[in-house]
Design a protein around this ligand. Structure first.
Ligand code: COA
Length: 328
C-alpha cells in the first residue's frame, strides 16, 4: 500500500469590498503614494469596514468558496485549521465559529498562531493529518483582519497591511500534493514585531489602551533584514533537500510582505520574474492570507505536475517553505 498524499483540491478567498488606496492614506499620515510603491510595492489594500464582522467572516467566505471549488460538502470535513493573529476572540477559536457556520458537523477545529508563516504551518499540519490516515479532508484557512490591530496614525506600519481570507481544501490522494516542508522558529525576545497588549502579560487596561499597546509594533529595518535572509534561505533549503533546480520550479508562491523581499528571494533561487506570483500591489500584506490569495489568483495558470515552492517569513519569528506538486 502506498502512503497517502495530501493534495489541494479547492481554493477560495474573501476580499472585503473597500479599497484603501495609498492616496487615501496620505490623508491620515505623512506619506505619499510614490514612497509606498517604491519601498513596498503596495498600491492599495482591502479593508473590512463593517465593525460587526471579524476574521471569522473572511475565513468563512473563503472556506465556502474552497469547498465549492473542491466539490466537497462541509459535512465531509474532518478538521479545520485557521491560521490567524487576529482571531475574533482569544477564545472560542475562529475555527470553531467557522465550523458551526458552515455546518462542518463532524469536524474539530483550532486556531494556529504563526503570523505571516501561519498558512504554511497550517498547511503542513493539515497535510500530516491526511498522510497519517487520521483525516481524509481538511480545511486550511488563512485569514486576518489586520485593520483591527493597525494604528492608522503610524506611517511605518499602516501602509503595509490589509484584510483578507484564503482557504484550501486538502484531501487524500495517490500522488503529488505536499512533498516536503521546512519550518523554523526563533523566539522574538527583542520584540521586533509584536502586539504588546491583549494577552496575559499585558491584559487590556486603561493604561494599555492609552499607550496604544493593542496595535502592531515593528522595527521595520530589522524585520526587513531577517525576512530577506530567512525567506531566501528557507526557499533554497527546500530546493536543495529535494534536488530541485531553478528550472524544476514552476512557481514561487511567496508571502507578500514587501516586493523587495520577494525579489531578493527569487534572485537567490535563480528564478525568472515570470515564475513568481506577485499580487502585493492590490492587497498589501494580509498576513496569513497572502499565500492562498496567490494560489487563487494563479489557479487558472497552474498545470498538473507543476512544482510549487511556497515560502514565508513572519512574526514569532517564524519562517518556512513547502514544496508541493500541483494536482488539480
Ligand atoms: N512614508 C514616508 N516616509 C516614511 C514612511 C512612510 N509611510 N515610513 C517611514 N518613512 C521614513 C522614515 O521615517 C525614514 O525617514 P528618516 O530617514 O528621516 O528617518 C525613511 O522613510 C526611511 O525609513 P526606513 O525605515 O529606512 O525605510 P525602509 O526602506 O526600511 O522601509 C519598511 C520601511 C517598513 C517598508 C521596510 O522596513 C519593511 O518593509 N520592513 C519589513 C516589514 C515587514 O515585512 N513586516 C512584516 C513581516 S512579515
Amino acid at each position: 500500500m502506498t502512503a497517502k498524499r495530501a493534495i489541494i483540491t479547492g481554493v477560495g478567498r474573501c476580499l472585503p469590498d473597500y479599497i484603501l488606496t495609498n492616496k487615501e492614506l496620505e490623508n491620515y499620515v505623512e506619506t505619499d503614494d510614490e514612497w509606498i510603491r517604491t519601498r513596498t510595492g503596495i498600491s492599495e489594500r482591502r479593508i473590512l469596514k463593517d465593525p460587526k464582522k471579524g476574521t471569522s467572516y473572511l475565513g468563512e467566505k473563503a472556506a465556502l468558496e474552497a469547498l465549492e471549488d473542491a466539490d466537497v460538502q462541509a459535512s465531509e470535513i474532518d478538521a479545520i485549521i485557521v491560521a490567524t493573529v487576529t482571531p475574533d476572540y482569544l477564545f472560542p477559536a475562529t475555527a470553531a465559529l467557522i465550523q458551526k457556520r458552515i455546518g462542518a458537523k463532524k469536524a474539530f477545529g483550532f486556531d494556529l498562531s504563526a503570523a505571516c508563516s501561519g498558512f504554511l504551518y497550517a498547511l503542513s499540519t493539515g497535510g500530516n493529518m491526511i498522510e497519517s490516515g487520521r483525516a481524509n479532508k481538511v480545511l486550511v484557512i488563512g485569514a486576518d483582519k489586520m485593520s483591527s490591530i493597525v494604528d492608522f496614525t503610524d506611517r511605518t506600519t499602516c501602509i503595509l497591511f490589509g484584510d483578507a481570507g484564503g482557504a484550501v481544501v486538502l484531501e487524500a490522494g495517490d500522488e503529488g500534493g505536499i512533498i516536503d516542508y521546512v519550518h523554523h522558529t526563533e523566539g522574538d525576545e527583542d520584540c521586533m514585531l509584536y502586539q504588546p497588549a491583549g494577552g496575559s502579560l499585558n491584559p487590556a487596561s486603561e493604561e494599555t489602551v492609552k499607550n496604544k499597546m493593542h496595535f502592531i509594533r515593528q522595527d521595520g529595518k530589522s524585520v526587513f533584514k531577517k525576512a530577506t535572509e530567512g525567506m531566501a534561505d528557507v526557499s533554497l533549503e527546500i530546493m536543495e533537500r529535494n534536488n530541485l533546480s531553478a528550472d524544476d520550479v514552476a512557481w514561487l508562491v511567496p508571502h507578500q510582505a514587501n516586493l523587495r523581499i520577494i525579489d531578493a528571494t527569487a534572485r537567490r533561487m535563480g528564478l525568472d520574474k515570470e515564475k513568481v506570483m506577485i499580487n502585493i500591489s492590490h492587497y498589501g500584506n494580509t498576513t496569513a492570507a497572502t499565500i492562498p490569495l496567490c494560489l487563487y489568483d494563479w489557479k487558472d495558470k497552474l498545470n498538473k505536475g507543476d512544482n510549487l515552492v511556497l515560502s514565508a517569513f513572519g512574526g514569532g519569528l517564524t519562517w518556512g517553505a513547502i514544496y508541493l506538486k500541483w494536482t488539480k
